[in-house]
Design a protein around this ligand. Sequence first.
Ligand code: URA
Length: 438
Amino acid sequence: MRPQEIIAKKRDGGRLNDAEIRAFVEGVTDGSWADYQITALIMAMFLNELDFDEQSLITHAMLHSGEILDFSDLGVPVADKHSTGGVGDKTSLLIAPIAAACGLAVPMISGRGLGHTGGTLDKLESIPGYSVNLPVEDFKRIVKECGYAMSGQTADIAPADKKIYGLRDATATVPTIPLIVASIMSKKLAEGLDVLVLDVKTGNGAFMRDLEQAQQLAREMVRTGDSFGVKTRALITDMNRPLGRYVGNAVEVYECLKILRGEADNLMLPTRNLASELASHLLLLAGIDESKEAAYQRVLTAVENGSALERFRTNVETQGGDPSICDDPDRLLTRGLIEKSIVASADGYISRIDTLTVGKVTNEIGGGRTKAEDEIDSAVGFRCEKTIGDEVTAGETIAVVSCRDVGAAEKAVEKLTAAYTIKPEPPEKSELVIEVVR
Ligand code: URA
């Protein structure tokens, strides 16, 4: 079947059948489809949408583009968490070691930054020496040795998503439910999981800006997970502000280490709290605890007694990274960057942060990619000094941007200043976890 025929059918609003979808995914995986043909079909899928059958077919084909792992010999529940993508969204770096410390095996296959959102792999690569390109045998061995492993898709695991993900990022075709479902679920189902918790972000920094869209995405993913025999739950969580204090790569790993070391400051607490919520749902689903309260307590204990930090250290060491960052997280921070403050434009309360702009600006200063092959500058980033609901006075620093170039810093400050809305009255309080979809 020629790619042109499949592209034309979707371009004209047709419904693709199993053979056409398999031909596409096989062409992506074996390299016989050119990038321009892949992106043409993805754009046609984006514009004309996929129905539930097409969505299931593409998920199935992408899942079977590589190996499906089997950890049943470990004798412990196999679990993972995945997020639909946010700004400052670093909880995977915490949840994997916490869940491992609580008795789960976590074979975490993650992605790179996508659109305006950050990616776990890019963050991990800011750890000197850390490798996210693990051959399947090493990935399995590391899960066995330290309870969790963090890797990107390889030629063996969900390779079709690896290719499509990079092209979607560079062609503005990320925010559509069927492609997000296929991307996330193909990677996750390839891990051979018993349980999966999804963090579905909603708000002005999420791909799903509206709650209804987020609910639909959550339901679709829970339905898909369950239909593949994986106990799946989704938490719909707030993305109307960057999560925690930092946005970037090295700085986000830094924030996680501060949390694991029990040194979290107030602006880091939302990161710790959300990671704890998500991890406790994993423990509940896996049957480690019978109540949410007991699971939450187990998670807090793993952080407080240092066992999660020890898992993190073992993982960094095993994946080739420098474990001394666990004792001295400041080593992750690059000195001598240009730092510019974003200051409050008036007296009042911060009532809105345009989180999409924070994500985009972080990418523009080097923290993310414009083209799939771009290099990331792991040192640059954005630091919150104040957040929604905080009272500020005109001229007070509300955030700081760090980058390499004065011109870029000035442009960033201009855009970021406009991203904050300050009003005389405090805004209504918002919840971090909006809904749990079972
Ligand atoms: N995360 C993924 O892995 N894929 C998407 O499409 C969106 C978020």
